[in-house]
Design a protein around this ligand. Sequence first.
Ligand code: HEC
Length: 249
Amino acid sequence: MTHSLKLSLQASAVLLASVFTTACNRPDDPGIEYAPEMYESIPYDPLRQVNANGVNPMGINERTPVVGTVPRGKANYYNHIGKEDVATAEKVLRNPFAYSKENLEEGKALYLRNCQHCHGEQGDGQGEVGKKFKGVPNYSAGAYKTMNDGHIYHVIQWGKGRMMPHGSQVNPEERWKIAMYVRALQLGKGPDGVTDLLASRGASTAGVAVADSSQTRDQQQAPVQEAQANKASETPGQGGDKARNGTAN
Ligand code: HEC
């Protein structure tokens, strides 16, 4: 090894050591970034951003989601209505599922599994457990007759009075379908109420979705345009007022 090579090796070792020590001395110093383009994306990334975005308002990559957007798998996310506030639930929550024969049949199966032992097959509160538990209401009597889907949904999720919450037993989709079936029981004809309910809502009893299925949905009251989650999307192509995406559930 020549003398000059030795010298230059020594010099570079000293230089490297000083680079390392300066980096190590300051814990907040990230050191030299080698080819940052490898990890700082040049295209716009939704979840990571280094420079201001020159196109979007506020300079951020991520845009605010369309009003009423419900992230995939987050249908359960609804905390804008207090647990005790059935009255608001009744006003703002709308069943996003069509009143079809299949949905009602599914609702019935779920009802028989989760509610019938208290509320009875007929919905009269005379289930085997209900008889002993006492105070289980008859869906087709008094004020219970007019509970809408949002009301029933809320009660399933949070419980009410002596009824325990059932939100952990049935997911949001199942809750809406059970609520739909309870609407049939409200007619006081037990499971036969399904036929009447389908007829009154103009749904095809053959279970084929009708042309404008929004007609068969729970729309006895217009939703109150306050709670974000129940607002219809105004995005073109999503059906404007009739769009059901975003109904809180
Ligand atoms: C352990 C028995 C039991 C089970 C199981 C049960 N409930 Fe109830 N439910 C009750 C009782 C008791 C009440 C009356 C609560 C009160 O007013 O104190 C009630 C009340 C209700 C009400 C009326 C709420 C109101 O606004 O007054 C609805 C709707 C309801 N239940 C739906 C369901 C549905 C749907 C299921 C199945 C997912 C279910 N319940 C499961 C016992 C039960």
